[in-house]
Design a protein around this ligand. Structure first.
Ligand SMILES: [Zn+2]
Length: 437
């Protein structure tokens, strides 16, 4: 579909950080083919024209670390320590997940993400073909990974790695390049050294990027030092798992040496402030990592440790948390946080042609209703989005040139059915009664 967005305030996030007070954007063949002030193109040439008077158009958000089907356990087990939460509540329930429960849990996450302006996500979970099916249906841009954990070295057959291979073969660069696949060893505490070496060799051999949880807590770091005499960052470097295609989630408990390694290896770091605060994991030294030139982007982590997938909220949490951590209100200004939530996430996930509104770039855009009280009076639109905006402002979402939400109504997904099915499956998994509506 050819789409023209007219009369829009446009936050471009181009190199000059231009904001166009009133302009138009033309979309053809999944790409932005025109952007300019006023109405510099012929309306009749577009099959769909959206009047964005009083609206702000910006690049869609990139949620660079998530576990979609964990929406199934949202608000099921809260206020617990990470390891206790994982090993006594989450892992046992995850053993009960099926391809259908993951499908509906993934769709539930996608409804929430689209409605809050996220156009791209990275997922690390299992039954990933169900999530791929859901991503194909929803129209979302996705990086999918079969979560890997294990002890085996070369000798034993490994069904997880086999499923990961299958996922890569079937879905990598599918749907016009909208869906990609990565390798995802879960962490240094759930994978043995032999196993991590095996994943590193596969990554190198087949040029598949890796995403992993890294230095999420002090406990993870001290256990790693006890066992291997090195921090998790140094350990992964020695195993050959750190490079410019590695996406490392959390990096909370990192010291200056670790930050030096992450910078020199050009590792992409995903900051998850909501999850880190809720699980009391600590505060990632984001300002310091950015200062060292590390590509730091943003993620929500799964919905049961956040407990939502709202990137607008995540931006605000990131800014506030870093200011209080450094005792410096000038760190992580709104402009920097918006880039973390868009362009930097796109770069981390290997979507180089994404994250800003420029001619030739992929058309992943969101339209915010900024004609609301909390955007008045109008001074600085980026500050307003980060510090005053909320996800209810997101009206229209375009991904890969296709309308997936228009004026608050989902185009590709049946929201009511998804909510119903997700509740049914969650009740089945947890063994709790399905509450009456
Ligand atoms: Zn995670």
């Amino acid at each position: 579909m050819d789409i023209l967005l007219k009369n829009a305030q446009i936050v471009t996030l181009n190199d000059n950080d231009d904001v166009i007070p009133e302009g138009s954007i033309g979309i053809r063949d999944n790409r932005i083919d025109f952007i300019g002030e006023g109405n510099g193109c012929i309306e009749a040439e577009y099959s769909k024209v959206i009047d964005c008077k009083g609206r702000t158009v910006m690049p869609g958000f990139v949620n660079a670390h998530n576990h979609l089907a964990m929406t199934m356990f949202r608000n099921y087990a809260d206020d617990m320590k990470l390891m206790d939460w994982l090993f006594t509540k989450i892992f046992p329930l995850e053993d009960k997940q099926t391809d259908e429960s993951v499908y509906w849990g993934s769709l539930l996450a996608m409804v929430e993400m689209i409605k809050s302006g996220t156009t791209t996500f990275a997922d690390m979970y299992f039954f990933m073909e169900s999530t791929a099916r859901a991503a194909a249906e929803s129209g979302m841009r996705a990086v999918l990974s079969r979560g890997l954990q294990g002890e085996s070295g070369e000798e034993e057959p490994d069904y997880r790695l086999k499923e990961s291979d299958e996922l890569f073969r079937k879905f990598h660069n599918s749907y016009n390049g909208r869906i990609k696949v990565m390798l995802a060893p879960h962490s240094v505490y759930t994978c043995s050294e032999a196993y991590l070496r095996k994943v590193a060799a596969k990554s190198l051999e087949q040029e598949i990027p890796v995403q992993i949880h890294l230095s999420e807590t002090k406990e993870e770091v001290s256990t790693c030092i006890e066992k291997f005499g090195r921090s998790p960052v140094k350990y992964l470097e020695d195993l050959g798992l750190l490079n410019d295609r590695t996406v490392a989630a959390h990096c909370v408990a990192v010291d200056d040496d670790d930050i030096g390694i992450l910078a020199s290896r050009r590792v992409n770091v995903v900051h998850n402030p909501g999850s880190n605060m809720k699980l009391a994991s600590g505060i990632a030294p984001v300002a310091k990592m950015l200062e060292k030139g590390i590509n730091v982007c943003l993620g929500t982590d799964g919905a049961s440790s956040n407990n939502n997938l709202d990137m607008l909220e995540e931006m605000r949490l990131a800014a506030y948390l870093q200011k209080i951590y450094t005792n410096d209100p000038t760190v992580l200004p709104a402009e920097a946080v918006i880039r973390m939530a868009t362009l930097k996430g796109a770069k981390a996930l290997g979507f180089e042609n994404l994250g800003s509104i420029e001619a030739g770039k992929a058309a992943d855009l969101i339209v915010l209703n900024t004609e609301r009280a909390h955007y008045y009076p109008k001074h600085n639109i980026k500050s307003a989005i980060v510090y005053s905006g909320n996800s209810a402002d997101v009206e229209t979402v375009i991904i890969d040139g296709n309308l997936v939400m228009e004026s608050g109504h989902l185009v590709t997904l049946d929201e009511e059915r998804i909510l119903y099915k997700a509740q049914k499956w969650a009740s089945k998994l947890t063994g709790q009664e399905c509450p009456q509506p």
